[in-house]
Design a protein around this ligand. Structure first.
Ligand SMILES: Nc1ncnc2c1ncn2[C@@H]1O[C@H](COP(=O)(O)OP(=O)(O)OP(=O)(O)O)[C@@H](O)[C@H]1O
Ligand SMILES: [Mg+2]
Length: 268
């Protein structure tokens, strides 16, 4: 298994059903993937497996050449940065934005040191600057808006210099301005040669940052389509994924979707 990620015939069962069913997927160095599909398709389950947060009931998962079944989950967690709404909001005590990012270098979410190494400080400040929020460094994390918190979550996930960065719905709940700013930061990251492999989960085509290269479509726990973004993200495929007549258009690297024939929409 030499790819950044190699999943073979992965199954996860919960509540008497397969929430992931024989999923196979390979990710190479330098690729930026979108994981896309309806609610309940299995997207979050898939990335939690990838991030070493849970184990499959069947199948093999290789991450950066390590077989997940044979490797200490802590080692995988140090290689794979994960930012998701339920993780990012959790800090056991009040913490500054700078500390929220610095502590991630040690895989913790409390400020346990009186002083951090100067290189931790400068790396945390650089990441905050890359994400456009260096002016918030001294603010309390809990006082931030949800868009600002999302950016801190991404800086936190990047702090240990992961080989793979996973973002679960980074733009969910943001207003238009917040979403566009975040997408610009993610586009810059996606285009940077030194950035890790990226995997971004979203339900909205408009939230795919330019610079992303591949897409994995999931439905009902199974792979519906997988490959280069332009060949997977077509009107035909996305219509078939959602069972409705949708038109996908692309301008300046951004996608948009509209329903072509509202007469035939489900529920009408
Ligand atoms: N512990 C569990 N017991 C029973 N069902 C579960 C359990 N965990 C997840 N599921 C189900 O597995 C399916 C996939 O969940 P998952 O969170 O991976 O979906 P998702 O694609 O991320 O959805 P969303 O777009 O709503 O975030 C859902 O139908 C969910 O209800
Ligand atoms: Mg989810």
């Amino acid at each position: 298994m030499d790819n950044a990620v190699e999943m073979r015939h992965v199954c996860v069962r919960r509540g008497g059903r397969e929430i992931l069913n024989r999923v196979s997927w390979s990710v190479d160095e330098g690729q930026r993937w979108v994981v896309f599909g309806p609610n309940g398709a299995g997207k979050t389950t898939l990335i939690r497996l990838l991030a070493g947060r849970m184990c499959p009931d069947e199948g093999k998962i290789g991450v950066l050449g390590e077989d997940l079944g044979q490797t200490d989950p802590a080692q995988i967690r140090s290689l794979v940065g994960l930012s998701s709404a339920d993780r990012d909001a959790k800090f056991p005590s009040p913490i500054s934005v700078l500390d929220a990012v610095r502590t991630a270098a040690y895989g913790v979410s409390v400020s346990f040191r009186e002083s951090y190494a100067a290189q931790d400080d400068s790396r945390a400040m650089r990441l905050l600057a890359d994400l456009g929020i260096s002016h918030l460094a001294r603010r309390t994390f809990s006082s931030l808006s949800s868009g600002e918190k999302k950016r801190v979550g991404i800086a936190r996930a990047l702090m240990p210099n992961p080989e793979i960065l996973i973002l679960d719905e980074p733009a969910a709940g943001l207003d238009l301005g917040g979403r566009e700013q975040l997408l610009r930061s993610l586009e810059e990251l996606a285009r940077s040669q030194s950035a890790p492999v990226m995997v971004l989960v979203t339900h909205h085509a408009e939230e795919i940052p330019p610079g992303f290269t591949h897409a994995l479509l999931l439905r009902g726990g199974q792979v519906f389509a997988c490959g280069p973004l332009e060949s997977v993200f077509t009107s035909e495929r996305i219509s078939s994924l959602f069972g409705m007549d949708l038109e996908i258009s692309r301008h300046g690297g951004r996608f948009s979707v509209s329903a072509r024939n509202t007469e035939n929409m489900p529920g009408r």
